[in-house]
Design a protein around this ligand. Structure first.
Ligand code: COA
Length: 169
């Protein structure tokens, strides 16, 4: 089940993100940052455990970013990452943004789900302010990928996909 995160989830979210921020797979998020932005976090719950988490960041103009996507290693390769990306697309369709983007190492997974690789220069430049918090900084080797929300809304599948209970705030 995917649900909106609550304030009491903040510490668990940080613990899960820390597993991967230590190796630079995702950005480090402080507890304050997570708490302040708790409504942007979604949680994949399994057996009353937080098995996965992701966050959607708006404020990039017509772009919305999927970030902080992680799955607890004990639940990896069970399709949870895929389900969260699919749900994030539904969430993004509920905004008035044109494009959902991600900076990622999991290129094959996103390509399978309809994302395409783009030049990082195509993303809003203020995105790079966050790079100060990244271990890789100037040596960024993540791949920028996008999916067009405009095309999805036009396509026949948009009705089903936009039927998400969770709206991005
Ligand atoms: C990427 C991640 C979210 C996938 O979660 P998951 O629940 O194991 O994913 P699924 O079971 O739905 O699918 C596994 C897919 O992820 C890919 N994958 C998993 N880890 C990966 C990694 N570190 N690099 C590249 N691809 C990866 C697998 O190759 C597989 O892709 P495929 O089905 O196209 O072959 C998870 O491995 C994770 O938390 N990784 C560390 C953090 C990270 O890289 N997050 C993405 C930042 S946007």
């Amino acid at each position: 089940m995917i649900r909106q995160a609550k304030y009491q989830d903040a510490e668990s979210i940080q613990n899960l993100l820390r597993i991967f921020s230590e190796t630079g797979k995702v950005l480090f998020r402080s507890l304050d940052d997570i708490t302040e932005n708790i409504l942007s976090f979604l949680i994949y719950e399994k057996n009353n455990d937080i098995a996965g988490v992701y966050s959607l960041k708006t404020g990039w103009g017509r772009f919305v970013e999927l970030r902080s996507l992680v799955v607890d290693p004990q639940y990896s390769n069970q399709g949870i990452g895929t389900k969260m990306v699919e749900e994030s697309i539904k969430n993004a369709l509920s905004t008035d943004c044109d494009t959902l983007f991600v900076l990622t190492y999991a290129v094959s997974m996103f390509a399978r789900l309809g994302f395409r690789v783009v030049d990082k220069e195509k993303l809003p430049h203020k995105v790079w302010n966050d790079c100060n918090a990244c271990l890789h900084q100037e040596n960024c080797d993540e791949t920028a990928m996008v999916i067009s929300l405009v095309s999805m809304r036009k396509s026949s599948g948009a009705q089903i996909l936009s039927d998400s209970a969770i709206r991005v705030v």
